[in-house]
Design a protein around this ligand. Structure first.
Ligand code: FE
Ligand code: FE
Ligand code: ZN
Length: 280
């Protein structure tokens, strides 16, 4: 069966160039930042480049892309400047993503910075209601988090509460990060139980994308340190278990491993395809 696998790419020379590089590395989906990940403004709008990218994505039958919000975006922050940036960044990013219809926009729900988990959840939910109050050709995804510091979203229950409060099933989903849920304490060796819990608490219909990473830390460490596939505490067996699971294998899988080159990502993608072909 066809599997959508890719990695996080830098926009570099633009969108069409990014699609070309993805094809070169054997990917048929990818993730990218719409702006400098540490903050800053969006790239200048190049409609022609976006149109060429869109045509190529169609021609090469890519799965949905999974754009990533800036790391500094925190709608649960306690500083005015932080909240203003969150408001601006997602609005602009979603406007830009309209040129790539059917894409996902993944974001870290936020850190409540000692305002308490409930305040955090309320701030994030109100924010999403504002962000999603417009017609959209993309779907916003809440990422499952490792639980570092005061991060919101390391328990499925927290994401479920946000989804319920926002009440926009058509434009809100979840991106599951294997490194993060492992570090949050979920046991990937027993993927069936994890997915059953996900289904009971959130609902599997909300699961739209997977970040497929190994982890440097033991289960429950809550530190969020990604590792190359097979070289960390999750290991190949669990990784392939996720990739080939009947309830997951149709989703886009994005690598965010600490590769230093795109060639490295290409090798990991090839390895994933080889190992899953033995099973599928
Ligand atoms: Fe992320
Ligand atoms: Fe991730
Ligand atoms: Zn991470």
């Amino acid at each position: 069966m066809k599997q959508y696998i890719g990695a996080h790419l830098s926009v570099g020379k633009g969108y069409e160039d990014m699609v070309d590089r993805a094809i070169d590395m054997g990917a048929n989906t990818f993730a990218f930042f719409l702006r400098n990940p540490r903050g800053g403004s969006a790239r200048a709008l190049d409609v022609d480049d976006l149109e060429k990218a869109r045509e190529k994505l169609e021609k090469y039958e890519f799965g949905p892309l999974v754009a990533h919000a800036p790391y500094t975006m925190n709608p649960a922050g306690n500083k005015e400047s932080v909240l203003v940036f969150a408001e601006l960044a997602m609005s602009e990013d979603l406007d830009r993503l309209e040129y790539l219809p059917g894409s996902y926009y993944n974001f870290h729900p936020g850190s409540h910075v000692r305002q308490g988990i409930e305040t955090g959840i309320t701030l994030i939910s109100e924010y999403l209601k504002r962000m999603l109050d417009r017609p959209l050709k993309s779907t916003v995804l809440l990422e499952t988090m490792a639980g570092k510091g005061t991060e919101v979203g390391s328990r499925f229950e927290e994401l479920a509460t946000i989804i319920k409060k926002v009440d926009r099933d058509d434009s809100l989903g979840v991106c599951l990060d294997t490194c993060h849920i492992h570090e949050a304490g979920y046991n990937l060796q027993d993927i069936d139980s994890v997915l059953q819990e996900f289904d009971e608490v959130i609902g599997l219909q909300y699961l739209k994308a997977i970040h497929i990473n190994d982890s440097k830390n033991p289960r429950g460490a809550r530190k969020d340190r990604h590792e190359l596939l097979g070289e960390g505490e999750i290991g190949w067996d669990s990784i392939i278990g996720v990739l080939t699971h009947p309830q997951l294998r149709h989703l886009p899988f994005i690598l965010e491993t600490p590769q230093t080159t795109e060639k490295g990502y290409g090798a990991e993608i090839a390895e994933l395809r080889k190992r899953s072909a033995r099973i599928l």
